[in-house]
Design a protein around this ligand. Structure first.
Ligand code: FES
Ligand SMILES: [Fe+2]
Length: 437
């Protein structure tokens, strides 16, 4: 694929910076080599990127391997019980050492010349240390490259930027909404089952936009779900609810509300009572009115709570999914998908929630199929010769004033169907892409 000159991308982004507040976004950002390359440096080189949930690595020695942009990262629980993240790159000649995506090991041994590292990153074994290096190699200098991490409510984030603001500031108040997914009772929420992941010819950003509160697509793209009875139709009132985003941070959430539908997205009363122990009254007030909560942490981590029936027509169970859109090239990504359950729920409930999640999301999920069919075509078209010079309208709700009496933080508007969160998302994205250092 040929790359447009860098100045061309600069102009595109400068035009976008003016266009976004006026409700215009260029198609080209959804499939372009030069845009992708700049994202790798200026977005993924600076942000806090989700790496793992603590419940994925509960015991000393447990590890998973994940990505920040094209950098493979080992997240390991050390023998002392703390979490350490390191680049999965042997310091001798750069071999990728750990080839499994998850496992348990106190050490990693490189398969090329045999250097050995503790899972905390220290280099402790060098073949022919005396004979070859004459004991002069300073092993302390050649440990694995550490990745800076911080944790919020079980989520482990990493950043490649030593000067990145603390995670708490980065989240900027979005914790209020994240807690609805992550603090579902004593012990919080935990991952149930391993993540599912697959490759898609899709730009990561359209997924983030969708999961920042695109309630607009649901009655159309997922209409089978209403017709087959997998979830109750929100009908003529579907647009009701709220869209909240944190200005300048890029995080956004859509909270769909349907009058007459069960409160708390239909979670059973015993689980709601447990949530009341960990969520504040204001959070409970917001969650009580929620049918669907679909939100994203900038740049590429999303969550969704959704009612879904295992048997069409029956009330069924509610599930929560966590998702990561890992870019692997222009218009290409690896999609990662997890099921989150309340730690305090019964095993029976967790299994039922997992079933509902796999019916709806993950690579065989029905909702997932609907979404990716649209996202893949959209990505392909965005890279075509005419489309890439066009813009899309992001004007929905552009004159709407934010609410002053909503219990949650951020810029909040009603109804839920609006482009307001997306203008916030694209504004932040453009700021990152234009900022030089
Ligand atoms: S590349 Fe790892 S020991 Fe040589
Ligand atoms: Fe969808």
């Amino acid at each position: 694929m040929s790359s447009p000159p860098a100045g061309d991308v600069q102009r595109l982004l400068e035009t976008m910076q003016v266009g976004v507040p006026e409700g215009r976004v260029p198609a080209r950002i959804f499939n372009d080599q030069a845009v992708y390359e700049r994202e790798r440096e200026r977005v993924f080189g600076r942000v806090w990127c989700f790496l793992a949930h603590e419940s994925e690595v509960p015991k000393p020695g447990d590890y998973v391997t994940r990505y920040i942009a094209d950098n493979n990262v080992i997240v390991a629980r050390t023998e002392r019980g703390d979490l350490k993240a390191s680049l999965n790159m042997c310091r001798h000649r750069g071999n990728m050492m750990c080839k499994s995506e998850m496992g348990n090991s106190s050490h990693f041994r490189c398969s090329y010349h045999g250097w050995v590292y503790k899972n905390s990153g220290e280099l402790i074994g060098v073949p022919y240390f005396k004979e070859g290096y004459e004991s002069k190699l300073d092993r302390k200098q050649w440990g694995l490259v550490p990745v800076r991490t911080e944790t919020y409510a079980g989520l482990v984030f990493g950043t490649l930027d030593p000067d990145a603001e603390p995670l708490e500031e980065y989240l900027g108040g979005f914790q209020f909404y994240l807690d609805i997914y992550l603090k579902q009772g004593p012990g919080g929420s935990v991952v149930h089952g391993p993540p599912d992941h697959w490759v898609a010819e899709t730009d990561w950003k359209i997924c983030v936009e969708n999961f920042s509160g695109d309630g607009y697509h649901t009655p159309v793209a997922h209409q089978f779900g209403f017709h087959l009875g997998y979830f109750p139709s929100s009908g003529a009132t579907h647009s009701q609810g709220w869209a909240a985003h944190i200005p300048g941070k890029g995080h956004g959430i859509g909270l769909g509300h349907t009058p007459g539908m069960p409160p708390f997205a239909g979670y059973p009363p015993e689980l709601v009572a447990q949530m009341g122990e960990t969520l504040s009254p204001a959070q409970m007030e917001v969650f009580s009115k929620t049918r669907t909560a679909v939100g994203s942490v900038f740049p590429n981590l999303s969550f969704l709570i959704q009612p879904f029936s295992l048997v069409p027509g029956e009330p069924g169970v509610r599930f929560c999914t966590m998702r990561l859109y890992h870019p692997t090239g222009p218009g290409r990504m690896e999609m990662w998908s997890w099921c989150l359950v309340p730690a305090a729920a019964s095993d029976e409930y967790k299994e039922a929630a997992y079933k509902a999640y796999t019916l709806a999301f993950g690579q065989a999920g029905m909702f997932e199929q609907d979404d990716f069919e649209n996202w893949t075509r959209l990505t392909r078209v965005a890279g075509s010769s005419v489309a890439k010079h066009l813009e899309f309208p992001y004007v929905m709700g552009i004159e709407r004033e934010p609410l002053s009496d909503f219990p949650g933080p951020g810029h909040v508007v009603s109804p839920y169907v609006t482009d307001t969160n997306f203008r916030g998302l694209w504004g932040t994205y453009t700021d990152y892409m234009l900022k030089e250092s």
